[in-house]
Design a protein around this ligand. Structure first.
Ligand SMILES: [Zn+2]
Ligand SMILES: [Zn+2]
Length: 315
């Protein structure tokens, strides 16, 4: 095997290069995986455009990419769960395994987690990665590598829907029909909830949402989102709202279109988004929480003006 392998390395904002990097060395509990497919996440685009995402700042060259699948080519001496030739989906975040969160099954909140393509940890847009074998998941033969690379974004939708307590026949609005909005739609359908109303400003996204099973789609550029959702729900608003766009407007709409259920924030959050938290939970009946690391991070350190009514958590 060649000693140097190819990787897409981000040196600065808007400065992405195909570089040669060292072949990773294998630890006893790791498998060497030849990367076969990598999705481009919104976070990769933030790092490429801005050189940062929320509190994570590019300070040295970084290999991008974390939504990935590949084929095991070699395993360390302690590895028994996978073998050479196995096709695997790769979980990109590896936690410390020791802290309170890790030991209580909430390892996505581990403060020491090493997450691919999040400074300073390199990602998977590289020919080979060495990865702990218990963070590799064998894929069925029927699943393509491209589909395997979608396991990580899909997990965001699964986690959000599980955390929400969504139930069959509940009405749902999903604000944002990008990849995370669409994987959330898949999970909402799997639960048997509906009607599902999806909102976006990009017509192609809305037509895909419709094709994937959204009951109604609303183009926020053409229609008043709040009025339309209220009209579609007998004036009551929906039971559950999943916010996946991270824009100030959708954050505001989240509250305005909700009945009294649970609000989900899935977006990583943009630099310029103003989350007006005291206003957000002005109704004590609402329970608000967020998932995914970007928003979770920001909620870990509430501002001094954090309100005390309602309930709030981040997972
Ligand atoms: Zn991602
Ligand atoms: Zn931990």
């Amino acid at each position: 095997m060649a000693e140097k392998i190819r990787a897409f390395v981000l040196h600065n904002a808007n400065d992405l290069r195909m570089d040669r990097v060292e072949m990773p060395t294998l630890k006893p509990d790791q498998a060497l995986v030849k990367v076969k497919a990598v999705g481009i996440c919104g976070s990769d685009i933030h790092f490429y455009r801005d050189g940062r995402l929320g509190p994570f700042i590019l300070r040295k060259p970084l290999i991008l990419g974390h939504e990935c699948a590949g084929e095991v080519v070699q395993v360390g001496s302690e590895v028994t769960s996978v073998k050479a030739g196995d096709r695997v989906a790769i979980e990109p975040g590896v936690p410390c395994r020791k802290c309170w969160y890790c030991r209580n099954g909430r390892y996505n909140k581990c403060a020491q987690e090493k997450f691919m393509a999040t400074p300073p940890d390199d990602g998977s847009l590289v020919e080979y990665i060495a990865h702990p074998s218990d963070y590799l998941f064998k894929m069925p033969d029927s699943m393509s590598f491209q589909e395997g690379s979608l396991a990580e974004p899909l997990s965001v939708g699964i986690h959000a829907v599980r955390r929400s307590g969504l139930y069959p026949a509940a009405s749902v609005a999903i604000l944002g029909a990008g990849p995370i909005g669409l994987v959330t739609l898949e999970m909402v359908k799997a639960v048997g909830a509906g009607p599902v109303i999806m909102v976006d400003v990009v017509p192609s996204r809305l037509s895909l949402a419709k094709k994937m099973g959204a009951t109604h789609v609303i183009n926020a550029k053409e229609e008043n989102v709040v009025e339309k959702i209220r009209a579609l729900t007998g004036g009551e608003g929906v039971h559950f709202v999943f916010e996946t766009a991270g824009a100030s407007a959708t954050v505001r709409q989240t509250v305005e279109v909700a009945r009294e259920g649970v609000l989900r924030f899935l977006s990583a959050g943009r630099q310029n988004t103003k989350y007006r938290c005291p206003w957000l939970i002005s109704s004590p009946r609402r329970s608000i929480s967020s998932v995914f690391f970007g928003t979770a991070m920001s909620l870990k350190k509430p501002s001094p003006s954090w309100p005390t009514t309602g309930s709030m958590s981040s997972q």
